[in-house]
Design a binder for this molecule. Structure first.
Ligand code: FAD
Ligand code: SF4
Length: 327
């Protein structure tokens, strides 16, 4: 492990100040991802700022929506009665994340900003443009079922591993951020970047910006919604492919649809062809299957991951069926 300066901060201004002024500084929340990366020498920061004592842990239902603190633990959010009753897709995504022990430690902000599970990135030795710019992409030259189907570049085919981010994109949630220029909000859909030529730049956060909370608009609670995940084993495992759907249904007609896909791109991926197909229609099993097929439009497999395409179609169809209460 490369040595770094550790600081624990007790107020937000100090966290922002360290993050903005000291280059190559990272924030530490629950540590379930970052500590592993530090131990393996994959993250090599000069400074680590422990934000665990900042006042970002509350979960509140307001007139406008739900404010979920960035330091709230995944288990607390999943078990919150309002979340379970009104945002079932969020509860389902969290229930299917990691294991109870990890969920008791891991935080909402950390989950959104966890690094990719690309094996070539995590092994610490393979060429990896994200970990060691200029070395090329090991996954592009290998066979990797995890690799992206959408939005990849020559430089990087990695996928974002977060279950929660997919649910939050389907529910049109925002990240509330505090930084050197004050407060702002970023739609979760735009929080993560596609890899392009700079896969090491993963989000739209500026140096020193810390996520204080996630905001889910009240409208989300009135939408039919479901999260479905396929993975190699039933627990302790990131998504191979996943889908979250949220539908505004009036008199049996779908007036608005958001379909977000996980495990298939460097960020949660909106399946716009599926959304267009659903709007104005009545949901039944045939439409759910048709939308599942539409969600795969534009998929570009690399060596070893084409099997994810039919799985993706099925996972979207299943999520739609669950959201619509169909068998
Ligand atoms: C065995 C295992 C299985 C797992 N399975 C899954 C799974 O199935 N699905 C899934 O989605 N995840 C899974 N995870 C990942 C887990 O959910 C994340 O490790 C966890 O949510 C990260 O949260 P943390 O608080 O520990 O973040 P940390 O490890 O402390 O930080 C992670 C990253 O987020 C940044 N960060 C954290 N909080 C903030 C903030 N408020 N503002 C700005 N930056 C911040 C840190 O700088 C760091 O880069 C698994 C993890 C393990 C260990
Ligand atoms: S896909 Fe991205 S993270 Fe994986 S080896 Fe290639 S550059 Fe690295």
């Amino acid at each position: 492990m490369q040595p770094f300066a550790y600081r624990k901060v007790r107020d937000v201004a100090a966290a922002v100040d360290h993050g903005a002024r000291e280059p190559n500084t990272v924030f530490l929340a629950g540590g379930t991802d970052l500590v592993q990366l530090l131990q393996d020498g994959i993250a090599r920061p000069d400074g680590v700022v422990d934000i665990g004592d900042l006042p970002f842990a509350s979960i509140a239902s307001t007139i406008d929506g739900f404010r979920i603190g960035a330091l709230a633990r995944l288990s607390e959010v999943a078990d919150h009665p309002q979340v379970r009753a009104r945002l079932p897709a969020v509860a389902a995504a969290l229930d299917e994340t990691a294991s109870p022990m990890v969920r008791n430690m891991a935080t909402i902000g950390g989950n959104l900003l966890q690094r990719t599970r690309c094996l070539y990135f995590r092994d610490g030795v393979s060429p990896c443009e994200k970990r060691d710019p200029g070395t090329g992409c090991g996954a592009r030259r290998g066979r990797d079922v995890q690799a992206a189907l959408f939005g990849a570049s020559e430089a990087c085919v990695a996928t974002d591993p977060s279950d929660l981010a997919v649910a939050l994109v389907a529910l049109d949630a925002e990240a509330l951020v505090v930084g050197p220029s004050g407060e702002r909000s970023i739609p979760i859909e735009r929080l993560h970047r596609l890899p392009g030529e700079t896969p090491w730049i993963e989000t739209d956060l500026a140096p020193g910006e810390v996520i204080s909370a996630v905001f889910v608009p009240r409208d989300a609670a009135g939408r039919a919604q479901a999260y479905t995940k396929l993975r190699h084993r039933a627990s302790f495992e990131w998504p191979l492919v996943s889908a979250c759907v949220s539908l505004a249904v009036v008199d049996g007609i779908i007036e608005d649809a958001r379909v977000a896909l996980g495990g298939v791109a460097h960020k949660p991926w909106r399946a716009e062809p599926a959304e267009r197909l659903l709007i104005g229609r009545t949901l039944d099993a045939a439409l759910a299957r048709e939308a599942g097929e539409a969600a795969t439009e534009g998929a570009r497999p690399v060596a070893g991951n084409a099997a994810k395409i039919p799985l993706l179609a099925r996972v979207v169809a299943r999520a739609l069926a669950d959201a619509g209460g169909l068998p």
